[in-house]
Design a protein around this ligand. Structure first.
Ligand code: ADP
Ligand code: ASP
Ligand code: MG
Length: 464
């Protein structure tokens, strides 16, 4: 079997869907299992419209529903000629949009939009997309079956970023998918969505269809997991922002996980987890250039051992600092800081402590910074009053820039080269952290400087 996940751009319009048909047809002898995203941009529109609904912006909601519906109906009208098949698909689409309108109506009546409601609303993107992909494949003579992942992937109820129950899901995926493949039917499984034990719809995190692809691919013991997207593979940097970024032919699971954690949008960071367990290679491929070999992600460290491989960045972050002479040598300060943040459900992305112990700083998503500062000021109110701690300060927006590569492990001078390149670009570094794995060096700069810093480091390592 060969599991193929198609991203939003790859299923976003008629020409792309025609390409999907031709790719699936070409790989039919390999027994493909398809996993797909919502049509490009649709999840954003679904969620924005939910926020408009809660604010009772009825006209915006109505217009959005109409335009999303027309976008899907257009696919049915232009790509499905068989009358019975077309009218079945159109009926399903109309019913879905009626149900979606009702959800928006409920949200605006209640003026309440919980993470649980957002997941229910977001799920329409993948459901609509995969129903139409299955119909389009059938139309082109490829036996195919829509599979609603909510019936085979079980999660907890951490809406928006639910955690998968692998014991249940692996068995259920196998039970549903493998018999279809044996009957030469191509399953088309919805990415991104799942459900709880009580059948409540959940999602597994934005851009999570990649993760669904590898969850399904690993469960059925695929030969490889292919992630079809709109670039030739994993590149030395984000090609939208960095001049001279080039495609890497091979990277390791660890490199892929690290770079995606630090902002490389091309693959979701969790994608590597199920594949590593079964040593299934992942390949990133381009639907706009399907003959390009793409990037192979596997356990084998790549032949190309050049020290640093990629430079990435994440925006919209805040750096929170706690400072005070009274902190020096006092045990338990860090423990208090991080347990306070955990209680406030603030996700800490990076930590840096001066060895003098006079300052601890850490990076959090911008959306969490206020809650974090408030919780810390409460926790340390007595220490602040006694001047043991000066204050809790926050600086934003900042970005993390990360340099990643297995070849960096044990090789000298990487940090020096990185920081002198940044200095030469006249970018100020606010904080530095090195993962103890030595697989990456990451540092914090003002967001306005992030692109320059990435380009400078990219140039310094001759990645282009
Ligand atoms: P899909 O809809 O197929 O999931 P995404 O938009 O999520 O596609 O991911 C592909 C995009 O990731 C590319 O168009 C590219 O702009 C961006 N990207 C960011 N960093 C990198 C990188 N290091 N290598 C390749 N692409 C990257
Ligand atoms: N459609 C979902 C999103 O936009 C999942 C994905 O595309 O991977 O986040
Ligand atoms: Mg993606």
């Amino acid at each position: 079997m060969l599991t193929m996940k198609f991203g939003g751009t790859s299923v976003g319009d008629v020409p792309r869907l025609q390409e999907v048909v031709s790719i699936v047809k070409q790989f039919l002898p390999e027994q493909p299992v398809v996993v797909a995203s919502a049509m490009g941009g649709l999840t954003n529109v679904l969620l924005e419209t939910a926020h408009n609904a809660v604010q009772r912006k009825y006209e915006l909601v109505q217009n959005a529903v109409t335009s999303m519906r027309d976008r899907h109906l257009h696919i049915a009208m232009t790509m499905i000629k068989d009358e019975a098949r077309r009218s079945k698909l159109i009926q399903e689409q109309i019913a879905s949009f009626e149900e979606l309108s009702q959800l928006y109506h409920g949200v605006s009546m209640l003026r309440e939009l919980s993470p649980r409601s957002l997941d229910a609303i977001a799920s329409f993107g993948e459901l609509l997309s995969c129903r139409q992909i299955a119909a389009v494949l059938e139309e082109n003579g490829i036996a195919s079956q829509f599979v609603d992942a909510r019936t085979i992937i079980r999660t907890d109820n951490n809406f928006g970023e639910a955690n998968i129950d692998f014991v249940f899901s692996n068995a259920a995926i196998n039970q549903a998918v493998t018999p279809l493949v044996q009957k030469k039917i191509v399953p088309v499984v919805t990415g991104f969505i799942a459900s709880t034990e009580e059948d409540i719809t959940t999602t597994i995190g934005r851009s999570g269809s990649d993760y669904t692809g590898s969850v399904v691919g690993a469960a059925v013991n695929s030969r490889e997991i292919w992630i079809w997207t709109d670039v030739d593979g994993v590149m030395t940097a984000d090609p939208r922002y960095v001049k001279g970024a080039k495609v890497l032919s091979e990277i390791s699971y660890r490199e892929a996980a690290e770079m995606s954690y630090f902002g490389a949008k091309v693959i979701h960071p969790k994608t590597m987890v199920p594949a590593i367990g079964k040593k299934i290679p992942i390949r990133i491929k381009n639907t706009f250039n399907p003959t390009h070999p793409g990037t192979l992600i596997s356990a084998v460290p790549s032949a190309d051992r050049s020290s640093a491989k990629t430079v990435t960045s994440i925006d919209n972050l805040s750096i929170i600092a706690i400072e005070g002479n009274g902190m020096i040598g006092v045990p338990g300060v860090s423990a208090r800081i991080f347990s306070t943040l955990a209680r406030a459900q603030v996700n800490v992305m990076m930590i840096s402590q001066a060895s003098s112990e006079h300052n601890v700083c850490f990076i959090v998503p911008h959306k969490d910074s206020q809650a974090g500062v408030k919780a810390l000021r409460e926790e340390f109110s007595i220490d602040i009053a006694k001047k043991i701690i000066d204050d809790v300060t926050v600086k934003e927006p900042v970005s993390i820039v990360a340099v990643v590569g297995e070849g960096m492990i044990g090789s000298k001078g990487i940090a020096g080269k990185t920081f002198s390149a940044v200095a030469k670009a006249e970018v100020n570094i606010i904080a530095i952290a090195q993962g103890s794995s030595e697989l990456n060096i990451s540092f914090v700069v003002e967001q306005a400087d992030a692109r320059n810093a990435v380009q400078a480091v990219h140039d310094a390592f001759h990645l282009s």
